[in-house]
Design a protein around this ligand. Structure first.
Ligand code: AMP
Ligand code: MG
Length: 487
C-alpha cells in the first residue's frame, strides 16, 4: 500500500542511488498498534507534508515505515566510527532506516529517517527497537535546540508501536521520524575509506559536497575544501553548544555530521550549574565527553575525518597530510571567533568593543560561575536585569560577592544592552528534572506535561506567565543526573 503524498513532494533515493555500497535496502518491522504520540505540525508544513494526512492511518503508516510511497527505497546506512577513541569499521543503522529524501517546497533535500524501526543487518546484538521515553526525549531536546537557533536534526513525529521493548523493565516501544539535511557522518567517510575503494570515497565526497558544501566543488582541491567547510561548521556548532550549556555526551565520530547539524540525542543534557567537568552519560566514566572537553573532542573528530579524506586530497601522502594538518589548524580560530562572538552577544556587549576585552570579560566570569555553582541558564537572564539596574537577582547567585561585584563593575562600564541579551539568552531550556517528569508521565500515558514542556522550550527566549517552574534549576533533591546511550 502506498499513501497519497502531496504532489509537490517526492521521496527520492539519491543516497541509495549514488552510494549503493553504503545502503542496504531494508524494511521497517511491523508496528502492531501504531498510535501517534506527537506530530510536529510546523515542521510537516515546512516540508510540504499535510499534517492532517500525517495524522490519518496512511500518514501514521509512513511515520512507522509500514507504508512507503511508490518509488521509495528505504535503506539502512553503513558507517564506521571511533567510539570512545576505539575504531569500529562497521556500525551502521542498527535500528534506523533512511526512508528517502524529501525535496521541500524551498527545493532543499531533507532526509526522512526512522529510529526504532526494527533490526537491520547492522543490529549486531541490539533488538533494533526504541522505547517511548527516549524517542520523546530526542523530540523535546532536538526541537529545543532548533528553537535556540542551533543547527540540528529535527523531530517530525513519535509514534508508539504497540510493541513492548525489553530494557531493565518492559517499556512501550516507539518510532521517531527524524528529518535532517543528511545523515552523512565522519563515520560515513571512515567506512568508505576503510573499504579501500577510492571510487566509493570519491563518490561520497562528491555527494557530500553537492548536498552541504557546494562551493567546494569549484576549489582546486575539492576534498580539502570540503574538509575546511566541515571544520568550520563543526567549530561553529560546538561553540553554540558551549554557549547554551549543552553536553552532547557521545561525540563518537559516527555521531558527528558533515552538515554541521547536531545529531544523536542519546545521553545529552543541559548544564544546570556551570562546571566544565560536567558529565551526564553513565558510560562516560573517564569524562572524555565532559562539557569542557567538547571543543577538543570535536577537533579530534575532525582529525579522523582528515585521515579518511587523505587519499582524495593529494596522491602524495606527505603532501596530503601537510595540507590536512594546515586545514585542521583552522578549527581553533573558527571556534574562538564563534565563541567570542557568542559571549559578546550573551553579555550584551557593544559591537565596537575590542575582541580582547570581550574575551577577558568572558574568561574572568567563568571561574566565578564555576566556583559558586551558578546556574548557567538563569544567570544570563538575571544579568540582563542587572543591565537594567536590578542587580540583586544576579548577585544573589554568588557566594563570592566581592568577586562578582568587581566583575560586574567592569561589565556595566561597557554599556551592555539588556534587550539584546534577552534575545540570545534563553529563559527556558529542557531542564533535566522536567524532561524526566514529562517522560515518566508520557510513558504512563499522560502527554500533558510533555506538551507543556514543549510549549516552554520551543519559544525559549519569550518569558511567559505561568511557566516559572520551567525557568528554575532542579531542586537539590533531584540529585546527580544520569543519562544513557542506545536506549
Ligand atoms: P549510538 O550510541 O546511538 O550512536 O549507536 C551506536 C550504534 O549502535 C549504531 O550503529 C546504532 O545503530 C546501534 N544501536 C544502538 N541501539 C541499538 C538497538 N537497540 N538495536 C540495534 N542497534 C542499536
Ligand atoms: Mg549514533
Amino acid at each position: 500500500m502506498s499513501i497519497a503524498l502531496p504532489e509537490t513532494v517526492t521521496l527520492g533515493h539519491r543516497f541509495a542511488g549514488e552510494l549503493p555500497e553504503m545502503a542496504v535496502p531494508w524494511l521497517a518491522e511491523e508496528a502492531p498498534d501504531p498510535q501517534l504520540l506527537v506530530l510536529n505540525e510546523p515542521l510537516a508544513t515546512e516540508l510540504g507534508l499535510d499534517p492532517a494526512t500525517l495524522r490519518g492511518a496512511a500518514g501514521i503508516g509512513l511515520l512507522v515505515g509500514a507504508d512507503v510511497p511508490e518509488g521509495a527505497t528505504p535503506v539502512a546506512q553503513a558507517y564506521a566510527g571511533h567510539q570512545f577513541g576505539g575504531f569500529n569499521p562497521r556500525l551502521g543503522d542498527g535500528r534506523a532506516l533512511l526512508l528517502g529524501e524529501l525535496t521541500d517546497p524551498a527545493g532543499r533535500l531533507r532526509d526522512l529517517h526512522l529510529k526504532g524501526s526494527g533490526r537491520t543487518p547492522f543490529a549486531r546484538g541490539g533488538d533494533g527497537l526504541a522505547a517511548v521515553g527516549p524517542m520523546l526525549r530526542e523530540y523535546v531536546i532536538s526541537e529545543a535546540m532548533h528553537a535556540l537557533g542551533i543547527p540540528t536534526t529535527r523531530a517530525l513525529a513519535v509514534v508508539a508501536t504497540g510493541r513492548p521493548v525489553r530494557r531493565e523493565t518492559l517499556l512501550p516501544g516507539a518510532v521517531l521520524a527524524r528529518v535532517a539535511s543528511s545523515h552523512l557522518r565522519v563515520g560515513s567517510f571512515q567506512y568508505a575509506a576503510a573499504t579501500g575503494d577510492l571510487d566509493l570515497l570519491r563518490r561520497l565526497a562528491d555527494h557530500a559536497i553537492a548536498r552541504h558544501h557546494p562551493d567546494a566543488a569549484a576549489a582546486e582541491r575539492p576534498a580539502l575544501a570540503l574538509f575546511e567547510s566541515v571544520v568550520a561548521a563543526q567549530a561553529s556548532l560546538v561553540a553554540q553548544w558551549m554557549l547554551v550549556g549543552f553536553v552532547h555526551g557521545v561525540m563518537n565520530t559516527d555521531n558527528v555530521t558533515i552538515s554541521g547539524e547536531t545529531i544523536d540525542y542519546g545521553p545529552c543534557a543541559f548544564l544546570d550549574a556551570f562546571d566544565p567537568a560536567t558529565v551526564y552519560s553513565s558510560i562516560d566514566t573517564g569524562g572524555r565527553y565532559a562539557y569542557g572537553n567538547q571543543p577538543v573532542v570535536a577537533e579530534w573528530d575532525m582529525a579522523r575525518l582528515a585521515e579518511a579524506l587523505l587519499p582524495l586530497i593529494d596522491d602524495d601522502q606527505e603532501r596530503a597530510i601537510a595540507l590536512a594538518v594546515d586545514a585542521l589548524g583552522g578549527f581553533r580560530p573558527h571556534y574562538n571567533a564563534a565563541w567570542t562572538a557568542g559571549m559578546r552577544a550573551k553579555l550584551g556587549l557593544p559591537e565596537g568593543l575590542d575582541d580582547a576585552v570581550v574575551g577577558a570579560l568572558a574568561d574572568d566570569l567563568l571561574p566565578l560561575l564555576q566556583r559558586d555553582h551558578v546556574d548557567h541558564t538563569s544567570f544570563y537572564r538575571r544579568l540582563a536585569a542587572a543591565a537594567r539596574g536590578e542587580v540583586e537577582p544576579a548577585r544573589n547567585l554568588f557566594l563570592d560577592l566581592a568577586g562578582f561585584d568587581a566583575w560586574a563593575e567592569r561589565w556595566r562600564a561597557t554599556g551592555p544592552d539588556a534587550d539584546a541579551m534577552d534575545r540570545v539568552n534563553p529563559v527556558y531550556i529542557p531542564r533535566n528534572h522536567l524532561v524526566e517528569e514529562a517522560l515518566t508521565d508520557a510513558t504512563a500515558g499522560d502527554l500533558t506535561p510533555l506538551h507543556q514542556l514543549l510549549d516552554a522550550v520551543t519559544r525559549p527566549f519569550e518569558e511567559r506567565p505561568g511557566l516559572a517552574r520551567y525557568a528554575e534549576p532542579a531542586p537539590v533533591d533531584f540529585g546527580a543526573y544520569r543519562t544513557f546511550c542506545g536506549t
